[in-house]
Design a protein around this ligand. Sequence first.
Ligand SMILES: [Fe+2]
Length: 165
Amino acid sequence: MPTKELSSTLSSTLSSTLTTVLADTYALAVKTHGAHWNVVGAGFFELHERFGEQYEELFEAADEIAERLRALGAAAPADIRSLATAATLPAASDAHDGMALVTALLDDHRSLSRTAAAAVKVAQAAGDEATADLLIGRVHAHDKTAWMLAATAGGGASSRKGKGG
Ligand SMILES: [Fe+2]
């Protein structure tokens, strides 16, 4: 088990970092599911479909992250309250217009990309390349979805705010 090779401090920092990524991934899955349900406007059919694909990808990712936590010997959050407590993404607004939802989810994917990228460093500092690899995959996934949402909103690909800091 990888935790045996890690110091307890590194191990507990990595577990709590991974729990944050899990909670935010779950929070974004729920928000995206809500967008799938609530979206209104001319782009309804397309956005309803795309949000559906996105929440499915996020739920699958949350499962993978939770199972990595278990492989590291940590407990995975087991109810909606503990997930909500650990999540850092803002609550969903009441705006159901398609572009408002696209913009809000875009901000969340960018934020989660930064959180996952920071978590990569924590995993690497702990010498846990497998967890780093999982998290790098999440950075790729969030950046790809952010690109698609930005393109849908008519924004440029170069406006990846806050990255690299
Ligand atoms: Fe549905």
